[in-house]
Design a protein around this ligand. Structure first.
Ligand code: C2E
Ligand code: CA
Ligand code: CA
Ligand code: CA
Length: 278
């Protein structure tokens, strides 16, 4: 321990220090990666219970991170969210997603894509303007764009957040509530928030159909969704037994490694074109 300016002692914590330094270096590298357009997207298909492709989720990828090693979005998205980089990052991901939808449209294929949107973005009017401008420029029907948001948005029911969501929803964009069941679930909000879809979190899909609690939770989510006329997507489907249980109980769409692993956008586009030309 060494003495600090206030006459007390500041303890040197090497682990904390390393974590803080990693964050700073990630932030610097991410800023440059965004400027140089070094982020890419992967897409994971979503299927009906009859195994028809119905759309895909867009997932950002940073393959060439510091030291030339890929960095997981689970690590760099929180850094982006606390550094202001989430806004340019999201607009970049969105424009890549729109390019994919456009390429499929040119081949006569209409498939919606879901894009993850961090909660804080809905406080920023200029971001909303940017989203609407990109969609308008692309010529993509707004209905083919689904924004995945999380329940943390509902804690903050500031008027401007609601107004910003409403602008996007009025323009035709769809909203999906991601990781449903893990956050602050006030069911009254489900109706107010212009949602068209719920995504059941992977933690509830895990251990289906054997786990009694998860079975009950998934069935009640499906029943609430049916009453509110919301579509339901299950994420993290890894086994046929999970897929069978979810399908039997009326889940609309399935997403997970059992059906498809996220693939680079170009590869995904080719495989969808091939599928649709059969
Ligand atoms: P998420 O939105 O819950 O996305 C699902 C994550 O689960 C993805 O991880 C996906 O690759 C993974 N996954 C899909 N199927 C399975 C499965 O069957 N088993 C398992 N174990 N995992 C599966 P990924 O790509 O590493 O993304 C992690 C998180 O990072 C995402 O979680 C999302 O919260 C965030 N994220 C990713 N891309 C973006 C983005 O463009 N913007 C923002 N704001 N967040 C993003
Ligand atoms: Ca998501
Ligand atoms: Ca999710
Ligand atoms: Ca999740």
């Amino acid at each position: 321990a060494k003495q600090n300016g206030k006459g007390g002692y500041a303890f040197f914590k090497p682990e904390l220090d390393a974590a803080a330094r990693r964050r700073v270096s990630l932030e610097e590298a991410l800023r440059i990666a965004i400027l140089r357009d070094e982020l890419s997207i992967a897409i994971q298909s979503q299927y009906s219970p009859l195994s028809q492709i119905k759309g895909g989720e867009v997932l950002v990828r940073w393959l060439n991170g510091p030291d030339g090693v890929p960095v997981s979005p689970a690590e760099f998205i929180p850094v982006a969210e606390t550094s202001g980089l989430i806004k340019p990052l999201t607009l970049l991901v969105l424009s890549k997603a729109l390019a994919v939808v456009t390429e499929l449209m040119d081949a006569g294929i209409l498939l919606p894509l879901s894009v993850n949107f961090s909660t804080d973005l809905f406080r920023d009017v200029t971001l909303i303007d940017g989203v609407l401008a990109l969609v308008a420029e692309s010529g993509v029907p707004p209905e083919l764009l689904v924004l995945e948001i999380t329940e943390s948005l509902f804690i903050d029911t500031q008027a401007d957040v609601l107004a910003n969501m409403e602008r996007l929803s009025t323009a035709g964009l769809k909203f999906s509530l991601d990781d449903f069941g893990t956050g602050y679930s006030n069911l009254a909000y489900l109706k107010r928030m212009h949602l068209s879809e719920l995504k059941i979190d992977k933690s509830f899909v895990d251990h289906l159909p054997h786990d009694d609690d998860n079975r009950a939770i998934v069935r009640s989510i499906l029943s609430i969704a049916r009453q509110l006329r919301l579509r339901v997507v299950a994420e993290g489907v890894e086994t046929a037994a999970q897929a069978d249980f979810l399908s039997a109980h009326g889940c609309d769409l399935l997403q997970g490694y059992l059906l498809h692993k996220p693939a680079p956008a170009a590869e995904w586009v080719s495989s969808v074109k091939l599928l649709k030309s059969e």
